[in-house]
Design a protein around this ligand. Structure first.
Ligand code: NAD
Length: 494
């Protein structure tokens, strides 16, 4: 049994926790460890340490910061298999998925290595006689990052490399369901030469989140999780005067037009619908199929579904378990609701048989889903794919735009003009054209629209750098040396 505790000032906390939580291996259903939960006193201690560390980290040279970031990048790369194994053990996703997650996080570290260029300000000479104006961006101070269970390494890495590169100090509050990845990365930062106190991890649940949201020492909050909590975090954090970006839930539609390559579309539906057991905020949850191709597409998807091997993520399976028993049962209850509401259950994941007490649910497919059904309206966050049949592009677009979520979407077509219209007309933050999971590269910014994001800044890319810095503009007038400055015999400058 492992015991996970907080990481403060470059070492494990020795404070005894009043509360803690169990950590499970979802593939066996067994408790494999215990994680300490922070109270407001512990959060206060972490903020105090981060505030102290900020005094010197904000003055560290860009060269020094870049050297630490490069060293962290090397260590992360060398240890990516170890980190992936930690993720699989606590989250359940298959090892290749976990490795993919680390790689996407690494890309943000690599992006942040370019911080000297990213922090360059602007300069206008002689805006008035003898007057220059220039802009600089400065770090905020201690910042909080609160992350969900589904990407325990990548989601914190959407934020902390950028925050640290900009000169801030960081407190990460990972999901209590899979807390070990954040601690592993904290140890790598120490080895990379990051000064103690710049990167801290506090574990916990609502109590620790509330303490971060109201602590006057915390200058910004980057949150990722479900929509109700994202809304709560945004409202509470901004009320306390903090800068907040709160990324919420999703219900991503993949529109398939009649001229699409159906083999490509079927492969995409499988990967994006069932990869990571559907526990991805960019997972495809709804296929909007423009007739007359639905029957042909469903046949191709079914054939592929039959080949998906559900099982332990360390043993060569394609799809792992769900994260907890409670979540597994919640997803299964949506399957029941879909049947009751009249959708056609084409493949039923509840029939999957795997030895042991893991949190298993196989891939599930519904046809003839209607917009009024709960399986369409709500985020399921599991391996359940719904098909809605429509008659036209306009009907498909209308569905996507009317949905409360607007994280990601995709269109499958061979018509460039149709794709171009879609990218222009669709009210969603991230759009794929013949690409089912259009996660932006690190140098662009990640984020959705509508109830998928509260706040103005998306994650990483230029928006990330702006989120973690404050702009300052300096207007300066330096008189010519002939006006009483150091007299080196300058001729009078008119
Ligand atoms: P969650 O909202 O339950 O938890 C997220 C974080 O909030 C965790 O750190 C948790 O400890 C904390 N938390 C939970 N309840 C809280 C409360 N009442 N008050 C304060 N803090 C609380 O989300 P989850 O189940 O860990 O993650 C899955 C959700 O995250 C899905 O809805 C998914 O769509 C979303 N997600 C969104 C994105 C995105 O980019 N938009 C990315 C990944 C995950």
């Amino acid at each position: 049994m492992k015991r996970i505790t907080h990481w403060i000032n470059g070492e494990f906390s020795t404070t005894k926790a009043a509360r803690s939580g169990d950590i499970y291996n979802p593939a066996t259903g067994e408790v494999i460890g215990n994680v300490d939960f922070a109270d407001s006193a512990l959060v206060d201690q972490a903020v105090g340490v981060a505030t102290e560390a900020f005094k010197s980290w904000r003055h560290s040279s860009l060269t020094k910061r870049t050297q630490v970031l490069f060293a962290f990048r090397e260590l992360l790369n060398e240890n990516k298999e170890k980190l992936a194994a930690i993720i699989t053990e606590e989250h359940g996703k298959v090892l290749s998925d976990a490795l993919g997650e680390v790689t996407r996080g690494l890309e943000v570290v690599e992006f942040s290595c370019g911080i000297p260029h990213l922090l360059k300000g602007g300069f206008s000479e002689e805006v008035s006689t003898g007057v220059d104006v220039y802009s600089i961006r400065q770090a905020l101070g201690p910042v909080a990052i609160i992350s969900p269970f589904n990407f325990p390494a990548m989601v914190p890495m959407w934020f902390f490399p950028v925050a640290i590169a900009c000169g801030n100090t960081v407190i990460v509050k990972p999901s209590e369901k899979d807390p070990s990845a954040a601690i592993f990365m904290a140890e790598l930062w120490k080895k990379a030469g990051l000064p103690d106190g710049v990167f801290n991890v506090v574990h916990g649940d609502k109590e620790s989140v509330d303490a971060l949201l109201t602590h006057p020492g915390i200058k910004s909050v980057s949150f990722v999780g479900s929509t109700p909590i994202a809304r709560y975090v945004y409202e509470s954090g901004t009320k306390a005067g903090k800068r907040v970006q709160a990324l919420g839930g999703a219900k991503n539609h993949m529109v398939v037009l009649p001229d699409a390559d159906l083999e490509l579309a079927a492969d995409a539906a499988i990967n994006a619908g069932f990869g990571s057991a559907g526990e991805r905020c960019m997972a495809i949850s709804v296929l909007v199929v423009v007739e007359p191709i639905a029957d042909a597409l469903i046949e191709k998807i079914r054939t592929r579904m039959d080949k998906i091997k559900t099982g332990d993520g360390t043993k060569g399976s394609d799809m792992g378990p769900l994260v907890t028993r409670v979540h597994r049962d919640k997803v299964a209850s949506y399957i029941e609701a879909g049947v009751k509401e009249g959708a056609t259950l084409v493949e039923d994941g509840r029939t999957v048989k795997i030895d042991g007490n893991g949190f298993w649910l196989g891939p599930t497919l519904f046809d003839n889903v209607k917009p009024s059904m709960s399986i369409y309206k709500e985020e399921i966050f599991g391996p359940v794919l719904s098909i809605i049949r429509v008659k036209s592009y306009d009907e498909a677009l209308d569905l996507v735009n009317k949905h409360e979520y607007g994280n990601g979407t995709a269109i499958f077509t061979n018509d460039g003009g149709a794709a171009r219209r879609f990218q222009n007309e669709v009210e969603v933050g991230m759009v794929g054209i013949n690409v089912p999971i259009p996660v932006p590269m690190a140098y662009f910014s990640f984020g959705g629209w509508k109830n998928s994001l509260f706040g103005d800044s998306h994650a990483h890319g230029t928006e990330g750098v702006h989120f973690f810095t404050r702009g300052k503009v300096v207007t300066s007038r330096w008189l010519d040396p002939s006006h009483g400055g150091i007299n080196l015999g300058f001729p009078q400058n008119t």
